[in-house]
Design a protein around this ligand. Structure first.
Ligand code: PLP
Length: 374
């Protein structure tokens, strides 16, 4: 059997990893400034994380959600404390798309409406409602096109208002900072107005923090830069440092009902052990402080590079925008300088999503390499 060929692959085969580095089968060392797609939060093969996972595997790895799993409540408590979101309840699932799917479903159940407002260049995943709310017709199959979604430009509150007053909208879904689309984001005024008009029109505001959350922006959630309180927050990626996991934080005034949401694998013992270990490392190693410090140093150093026309994003979710396409630069970074970076739908943007423990020295390594290539 062959693999279904849906990914254009770089010819690199990582076989081991540690912190911010990965090694291929020839023992060539690469600096990972892409964190395996924004997933590696506390660094590859972190010893504390490994111990916790091994320990959990020796005890019990999985049982169904119809028995008690105290690790889920332990994780929810810790997440509430660290993220300052104690007034939310948590539903656990397996991926970002599934988190958004459940968030949208919840909004539709509760409002009994079905139209969704999403934004140009958004990416929310590949399942039914999530892909329909994603601004990319190429990945939206005919079966998904039955969903009613209206795409609007970011930062035009009047256009959102015009749609909400029509009375058929269940949710507005927006990324804290756009990831795949290219690091664009709402202004504080826009987020605040969005929160206000969603409340006025009894529409759920869903913040997709799957990429921008988990301390990546320099705050636990990117929306916290704007001082708002969404109705629902979705998380995945950095949550379990590579163990597949997603979550939906649901405002306490949204009531649960047995059977409303469900999953076989979501919130299993191993996933919770991984997610707890991640939060403990984030706290003990003060990674949020590291994000802020390394980010400002990064942004200062990038000013030395005149070819970079704009730095987008926040914290360690950054995009370097050139006035030409960056595919060639990315290739040279990998094959000549042995540094992984990311691309975006915006082909002129180099995306940087390193593990949150990346050091200033590693950023210097990248800046020097980029200068040499340019
Ligand atoms: C903002 C955002 N939402 C949702 C998703 C989908 O997550 P997953 O691939 O885990 O389904 C992604 C993945 O890149 C994302 O960046």
């Amino acid at each position: 059997m062959n693999l279904f060929d849906v990914y254009p692959l770089y010819n690199v085969t990582p076989v081991k990893a540690k912190g911010c580095y990965v090694w291929d089968e020839n023992n060539t060392k690469y600096l990972d400034l892409y964190g395996g797609h924004g997933v590696i939060s506390i660094g590859h093969t972190h010893p504390y994380y490994i111990d916790k996972l091994k320990d959990q595997l020796d005890k019990i790895g999985f049982y169904s959600n119809f028995i008690k799993i105290p690790l889920q409540a332990e994780y929810a408590k810790k997440l509430g404390q660290l993220s300052n979101c104690e007034n939310y309840n948590l539903f656990l699932c397996n991926s970002g798309a599934e988190a958004n799917e459940n968030a949208l479903k919840l909004a539709s159940f509760k409002t009994n409406k079905k139209r969704v407002i999403s934004f140009n260049n958004s990416f929310h995943g590949r399942t039914s409602a999530a892909v329909a709310a994603t601004d990319n017709p190429n990945i939206n199959a005919p079966i998904n096109q039955q969903q009613a979604v209206t795409f609007l430009p970011l930062n035009n509150i009047n256009l959102v208002k015009e749609e909400l007053i029509k009375g058929d909208v269940c949710a507005v879904i927006i990324e804290g900072i756009q990831g795949v689309g290219g690091l664009d984001e709402g202004t504080t005024d826009f987020f605040k107005d969005l929160e206000k008009i969603c409340k006025e029109n009894k529409v759920f505001l869903i913040l997709d923090e799957i990429q921008s959350g988990y301390c990546r922006s320099g705050k636990f959630f990117a929306f916290q830069h704007h001082n708002i309180q969404p109705d629902i927050i979705t998380i995945a990626k950095g949550m379990a440092n590579g163990f597949p996991m997603g979550g939906v934080l649901i405002s306490k005034n949204i009531e649960a009902k047995y059977g409303m949401l469900g999953t076989t694998f979501g919130g299993n013992h191993l996933a919770c052990a991984a997610a707890l270990a991640v939060l403990e490392v984030i706290e003990n190693e003060e990674l949020i402080e590291n994000v802020k410090e390394v980010s400002s140093c990064f942004i200062n150093r990038i000013e030395e590079i005149p070819q970079v026309k704009k730095v987008k994003g926040k914290g360690l979710m950054l995009g370097l925008e050139f006035d030409y396409e960056v595919a060639e630069i990315r290739k040279k970074l990998i094959f000549e300088k042995h540094i992984f970076t990311g691309g975006a739908s915006n082909k002129k943007l180099l995306r940087i999503l390193p593990p949150l423990c990346v050091t200033k020295g590693q950023i210097d390594e990248f800046v020097n390499a980029l200068k040499e290539i340019l």
